[in-house]
Design a protein around this ligand. Sequence first.
Ligand code: ADP
Length: 612
Amino acid sequence: MSKEMVLQRYFGHETFRPGQETLIDGILAGRDAMGIMPTGGGKSLCYQIPALLMPGVTLVISPLISLMKDQVAALNGVGIPAAFLNSSLDEEAFRTVCRQIRQGMHKLIYVAPERLFQEGFLALVRGLTIPLVAVDEAHCISQWGQDFRPSYLKITEFVDQLPQRPVVAAFTATATRAVQQDIRQRLALRDPVTVVTGFDRPNLYFGVYRPEQKRSLLLSLVEERRGKSGIIYCSTRARVEGVCDQLCRRGIPATRYHAGLEEEERRRNQDDFQFDRKPIMVATNAFGMGIDKSNVSYVIHYNMPKSLEAYYQEAGRAGRDGEPAECLLLFGPGDVETARYFIQNGGENEELTEEERAQVQAQDTRRLEAMVGYCRTTGCLRAYLLDYFGQGHPDRCDNCSNCRSQVIQTDITRQAQMILSCVKRIRDKLGYYVGSGLVSAVLRGSRAQRVLDLGLDSLSTYGLLKGTSENGMRRYLEVLREKGCLYTEPEHNTLRLTPQAGEVLFRGAKVTMTVVRALDTAPSSAAKETRADGPMDSGLMEALKATRLRLARLEGVPVYVIFSNATLADMARRMPQSREEFLSISGVGEKKAKKYAAAFLETLRQGAEEEE
Ligand code: ADP
């Protein structure tokens, strides 16, 4: 069988995506391989197709125990015999699978890295023909990447113990050069065929908000997207709890996930989400590496993550089916502090030396700055991201909140003068400088005890900016710092005037601030058209989804294991009427056609009748 035949017969796709063919050909020719593709780019096929075409059984090393089950179910669903070995199996199930493997029943085995050296497993694999070891989420081998997993470092040792060295193929969505280099070295890849595809995901809309009130904005964003599946990422467990409770009180079907929950609950909640019983997941970043739920149509970051790598990976869980999807980030100044705190205190990795730890911290700080830059930029967000990942791009994408907003320069000279003279008056009155919080309180006319005790309510600048919110004040101070009129003296953390302040106070220098006004937050029509080959009937789409849900419940698998949204959309557009026509739908292979054609053709027929 040729690779094209496998693609069509099993997976139901007509053509390969960019990069897939090169990697598959390389592996089939016996070369090591490295595939760097964005989430949803189609990495799995690159090792699944060779696995089917090579003699023996392919090992897939994957860190995601929760995912293996679904990946295996999806493979079995298209008629490919596969199994997994991980700690979720009890001893008897483990033995059964081992027996099946020995009998040659499977073409792919998914295995967790910590299992590689488990007693029995080595003995088992030494007796097998293993043409290929595929390493999924290969960036876990690098301590410079996200999600470093020491057990990945043992993969090479494992490969060396096999009677014959198999082809080793590594896959990841992490783009940075340092991580790529680390993967190549630590997996001891031999002259690998390397494919780095573009990182752009044209179907994703990127948006940054700077709300006064995150909670109320979040509620309205989620309300507006009722019926859709989404992930909301928060920086702490407590915030996950708070946000999830609030959504649930509003009758929004949300569930939660963080490392503080019992494993049993984590599994249950993840299942509720995967099976769309609760289509909204509120979670910390502990959730979702490699989540294979293709119909997630938005990812909202309630807090800013600590790097663009993390952001792009998490946000990229939206729209894996190629349909238009949104990645929204709610930015607040407090997020920078939280992220800094995590860098300084979190991520304790016992295995690192003092020196390595310092290096990691310095690197994390640089990454954080790039992330903050994303939140503050007034340029195209997609361009910013692609720049960071070292990829060329047009100046504007027309599918992000900045391209779809108006950037205006507002004159804030008057406010600037009030602020600067307030700093000066406080200094004159007290004989020393104070911190930005107190300056802000005085200008906003606060009745806080400290203000009154110091008699600052008697200053002529007291209450001059009464209507300005705390966030608004922070923004003004930020602008004045950027313009060099103010600086924070680091030792006492006090706000001080620079000589430049005199230009504004006495010599008429103007101060302006960039304000972004949203024109429209919905994904642009350009994105909506990325997949549309023809008009689509949304009522019919709903009916097809209902049929899919019914079948998924019957089989006890997540809906996307039956068909992806993209496949249903193709059905709704092309309205196949026979089994042959059904087979020509993208994502329908032979086994699925046999199994599901009747049910979906019936739904399409009923839909057409209702039309008439
Ligand atoms: P990754 O592992 O890179 O995140 P997946 O392998 O899960 O991505 O693939 C993402 C989606 O793209 C899946 O729904 C898959 O069916 C689809 N896909 C993969 N290859 C092709 C192809 N050649 N044509 C059409 N769809 C494809």
